[in-house]
Each structure stands twice: as C-alpha cells, then as structure tokens.
Design a binder for this molecule. Structure first.
Ligand code: NAP
Length: 296
C-alpha cells in the first residue's frame, strides 16, 4: 500500500504517555507517519515502531527537540513530568524548548496539553508551569492550540492504596464539582485538531470529560464500580504536605501539588464553559470498571 504523508510532518512528544499514546495511535490510523521524540524507543511496540520516524532524546535537551521538529508542520507538545526540584521552573524549561523549536523550525500548528487553571497564570501550583509554556508558545506568534484539560481519571490510580481501604481523600471541598476527564479522550481531541490544522493564532479549547463531579459524587461512582463502599474524606494541605515529604518530594514539588487544588478550590470559575466542544464521552464509571478495578 502506498503511503502518503498526511498533512506534512507531524511530531508527537510523549508517545508512550497516556495522552500521547492515544494521539499517536489515531494518527497512524489516519494514515500518517508521525515522527516521535522519546527517550527509549524500546518502549514502543514493534508494530508501532515500524510505522513512525524515531528521534531518541529528552525533551529537556533543546538540540533533540530541534532535531525532531526540523521541517515539521505540526507538533503535539506535552510538558513531561519534570524531575526538577521546582516543577514550575521545570515546566517552563521544557516549554521554552518547545517555543524555540516552533520559532526556529517555523512549525505552523502546535497543540499543547495544558490544564484548567492555566488561565490564572499564577497561584495554581504546578499548573503555573503549564501557563508559562502557554505564554512561551503564544510569544512565537505561530498557530497554537492550548487544550485546557480537567482532572484526569488516571490520577485515581495514585490513590490505589487508600481506595483499597475504601477512602478517597482530597483537599477539595467534598461537594464542589470540577471537570474529570479520561486522558484517552484528550488524545482524541488532540489528534483531530492536529489533523485538521485549521485554526490561526492562539486558541484555547477545554477538554472537560462527560460531566463535572464533586469528590462525594466520585466516591459514589467508584463504590458502585468497585463493588465496595468508598467514602470521600477531606484532608488538610498540611496532611498532604507531610505525606509527600515522607515519600521524598522536594519542597517545590510538594507546593506544586498542594498549590493546584489550593489555587482553584475557592471562587474559581474556569474561563472556558462546558459545551459541545469541551465535553468528551468516557464516563468515570466505565473507566473505573476497565482500569481501576483491575488495579486494586
Ligand atoms: N493529571 C492531571 O490531572 C492533568 C491535568 C491537566 C494536564 N496535565 C498534564 O498532562 C501532562 C502529562 O500527560 P500524560 O498523563 O499523558 O503523561 P504520562 O502518562 O504521565 O506520561 C509521561 C510521558 O512523558 C515522557 N517523559 C517523561 N520525562 C521525559 C523527558 N524528560 N523527555 C521526554 N519524554 C519524557 C514519558 O516517557 P518514558 O516512556 O520515557 O517514561 C511518558 O511518555 C503533564 O504535562 C501534566 O501537567 C495533567
């Protein structure tokens, strides 16, 4: 079968990540041959490896980012989790590499995985770093699309131990509803936007999942999916700080996590309203049944 490039050269970062892996699969299914930037090509299955152009490298290494994106028309950029003691600076460092690549390689369209809360710019913990990346990409003057995503269902996998005991703990007020989303559905939105490449300037699109849920509602949904009672329990920022510190997190990393909820749980209204363009289909119940139940 003859292969044609779909919409020029498309570069995908974090192709082994939750969102990036979905983006990559859909681009392959659309008939594209994407270029992927990743640290360890062996983490891709052999059938996928054959269908992509590989650049091995770290996103913190600007030369690797520039090499992967040379001649690119489209870029899917994720700020990867940073090992930096200050995660905000870490994200900003990664974002600066993305912006430099967009500028030097004249990449026409970039989709960036951002977060609800980035519109505040400051005071939302680690999300401040995503805001810095949004700003760096905006400053290039290229066409950039920021996907401001809700709270990933997959964050619940980090709470597996506590959920096994029937407790969902959070620093959010238990009855305040926020958007919860399956990262796979974010990959769907990112892939169609990359393929369409039909926007100009800087555009924000939110990805909100099927509905806003409070932690009390989430606990009920999980209880049904897991077949055992789960109760939501409010904990203080200091309790979370102590737990993260004892798990070895640096001061900056601790504040990066605590600051996300602290910056959004009082009087915060997301800039993007829920609507047809932001609502994605996978329900928490379906996700929990498929992914959380087997993990517990
Ligand atoms: N969790 C949430 O609720 C939420 C909400 C909104 C936005 N976000 C944002 O979503 C992003 C994470 O997306 P995700 O969950 O899809 O990712 P993920 O599943 O955690 O995967 C991380 C990916 O980053 C790669 N990676 C890590 N460090 C790297 C480096 N230095 N250079 C190159 N690649 C590197 C990993 O590759 P390897 O295979 O090499 O490890 C992996 O592919 C973050 O920017 C986060 O801020 C999260």
């Amino acid at each position: 079968m003859a292969h044609h490039q779909v919409n020029g050269k498309i570069v995908v970062t974090t192709p082994t990540g939750r969102v990036g892996s979905r983006v990559l699969r859909l681009l392959l299914q659309a008939g594209a041959r994407p270029t992927v930037l990743l640290r360890d090509p062996d983490k891709l299955d052999a059938a996928t490896r054959e269908r992509v152009d590989l650049v091995r490298g770290d996103q913190g290494d600007v030369e690797a980012v520039l090499e992967a994106t040379r001649g690119a028309d489209r870029l899917f950029w994720v700020d990867p989790p940073t090992p930096d003691e200050d995660p905000i600076a870490g994200h900003a460092r990664m974002g600066a590499n993305a912006a430099r690549a967009v500028q030097e390689n004249e990449i026409a369209h970039t989709v960036f995985l951002s977060s609800v809360g980035a519109e505040k710019r400051h005071g939302v913990g680690e999300i401040d770093g995503l805001a810095r990346t949004e700003q760096a990409l905006d400053a290039t003057g290229a066409n950039v699309l920021h996907l401001r995503c809700g709270y990933f269902f997959t964050n619940l996998l980090m709470d597996a131990d506590s959920l096994r005991e029937g407790v969902l703990s959070t620093t959010w007020p238990l009855d305040s509803a926020i958007p919860w989303v399956d990262p796979r559905d974010i990959g769907d939105v990112a892939a169609v936007r990359l393929l369409a490449g039909n926007w100009s300037g800087s555009v924000v699109q939110a990805v909100h999942g099927p509905k806003d849920l409070s932690f009390s509602q989430v606990a009920k949904v999980l209880g049904r999916a897991l077949g055992r009672p789960v109760r939501a329990e409010r904990v203080s920022d200091d309790q979370v700080r102590a737990a993260l510190r004892s798990a070895g997190s640096s001061q900056g990393q601790v504040e990066g996590v605590v600051g996300m909820a602290a910056g959004m749980r009082e009087n915060f209204v997301p800039e993007q309203e829920r609507g047809v363009l932001t609502t994605t289909p996978t329900t928490l119940a379906a996700w929990a049944h498929a992914h959380l139940l087997p993990a517990l």
